[in-house]
Design a binder for this molecule. Structure first.
Ligand code: AMP
Length: 324
């Protein structure tokens, strides 16, 4: 079933030890949509400015992404982000964030975007995530991503947004920051106990998040549900060029895989396979700047990496009799 995504549609300026780009297509919704487009139809919701190029819309169109709910705001400027990475590609410095057309944006979703079964609230101001969530009250699966900026300046609204979704995908440091809990498992348990007041839930909505994904950069990602725990390392790469968008690309693979299984219960097995697909997709994203690598990715390449991940993480053998 189709996936609707709202989040930043951006131009990024990025510098890493391996090169730089002054103005490239980026944004959480864009990285997500390109990755999820391998699994299902994706509809992107959000504003761009007059400076947003037709060629950048074509990048999404070529992957079959539906862009008709991307609104071009007259005289507006597209969201802009500038970041820099040091040798430790796990940590980056944000040098500039210009919300541009996102300031005061009121989302008007088309009938088609509202009919999607799966919704991804990609990283953007929590107010906007809540407004879009309210326009798809009966979505089967709703996931949300965010970042430290919104925890710093809009924590209460972010908590309200999280209470209204099934799945939270966040960096592990952000999970700790959000909850004030020092360790990942206790932070996740805390969030699993959150739920929206009954009056704000549709009859079919789940009472608060039941799936937490902790992104851990080059160390992979962990999955925590009330019943289980699972973790995968990142796919081992010799050359990582630009991690920008890796988290959103992971989310595109993870949510896309779930969307492609509409008749399957949200079982542990399904979630684990979704983790493997998210991990594989993210590994391609970091091999080149921005969307460059994912733009020419093929389904065969994704399958091959998922199989390699299965090999890398599998072990067998009877337990050794240990010395007393
Ligand atoms: P990721 O590396 O997956 O965390 O996402 C990087 C993308 O997030 C970049 O393409 C940016 O355009 C976008 N981004 C950076 N800061 C923000 C923000 N405050 N709100 C929304 N999107 C952002």
């Amino acid at each position: 079933m189709a996936i609707t995504v709202v989040g930043s549609i951006a131009y990024d300026a990025v510098k890493t030890p391996f090169g730089e780009r002054e103005r490239m297509l980026g944004g959480a919704a864009v990285h997500f949509a390109l990755a999820a487009s391998f699994f299902e139809e994706v509809l992107v919701v959000g504003p761009v400015g007059e400076d947003f190029g037709e060629a950048d819309l074509d990048v999404m169109r070529r992957r079959g992404v539906e862009v008709s709910d991307i609104e071009r705001i007259a005289d507006g400027k597209t969201f802009f982000w500038r970041g820099e990475y040091g040798w430790d590609l796990n940590s980056r410095e944000t040098l500039d964030t210009q919300l541009g057309v996102f300031e005061g944006f009121q989302p008007k979703l088309s009938q088609r975007s509202r009919a999607s079964d799966v919704l991804f609230l990609a990283n953007i101001v929590p107010d906007l995530q809540i407004e879009v969530r309210e326009q798809l009250p009966d979505a089967r699966f709703v996931a949300l991503d965010s970042m430290n900026l919104w925890i710093d300046i809009a924590r209460d609204r972010l908590v309200q947004a999280i209470e209204r979704v099934d799945c939270l995908i966040l960096n592990d440091a952000e999970l700790r920051q959000l909850t004030g809990k020092p360790n990942l498992v206790s932070a996740a348990r805390e969030i699993l106990s959150w739920s929206a007041p009954a009056a704000s839930r549709s009859s079919s909505a789940r009472p608060g998040p039941s799936v937490i994904v902790a992104k851990q950069g080059e160390y992979g990602a962990a999955l925590i549900t009330p019943e289980s725990f699972f973790a995968l390392p990142a796919y081992p790469l010799e050359n990582v060029i630009d991690p920008t968008g890796a988290g959103d690309t992971f989310a595109g693979g993870f949510v896309g895989y779930i969307a492609a299984h509409p008749d399957e219960e949200l079982s542990d097995g399904l979630l684990r396979r979704a983790m493997a697909h998210g991990t594989a997709l993210a590994s391609f994203n970091v091999e080149e700047f921005g969307t460059e690598r994912v733009e020419r990715l093929t389904g065969e390449e994704i399958h091959a990496r998922v199989e390699e991940l299965r090999e890398f993480t599998h072990f067998s053998g009877a337990p050794l009799k240990l010395r007393a």
